[in-house]
Design a protein around this ligand. Structure first.
Ligand SMILES: [Zn+2]
Length: 83
């Protein structure tokens, strides 16, 4: 491209690295029943199947709202994943 970049686009802040997470990345999910964390992969969370607690075998569902919240928090930390 020979055109000059518009000022807005030129203001890229270096040092802010974003990472695209793999679907295999494990996210600790806190159990409603025993309050312990179980690591669940993003792939499993996205599949909307029940989340089985490895400590007390309690099964819970991961809601769309929780998914959105998780995405937002991870994005703030510089981590992203596709829905
Ligand atoms: Zn549990």
């Amino acid at each position: 491209m020979s055109q000059a970049l518009p000022v807005k686009q030129a203001e890229i802040r270096y040092g802010e690295v974003s990472t695209i997470l793999s679907e295999k990345v494990m996210i600790p999910i806190n159990c409603d029943h025993c309050r312990q964390d179980t690591d669940i992969s993003i792939e499993t969370l996205k599949s909307k199947q029940g989340i089985l607690c490895e400590h007390c075998s309690n099964v819970r569902t991961f809601s769309t709202t929780e998914m959105r919240l998780m995405r937002m928090l991870l994005a703030q930390a510089g981590y992203h994943f596709a829905l």
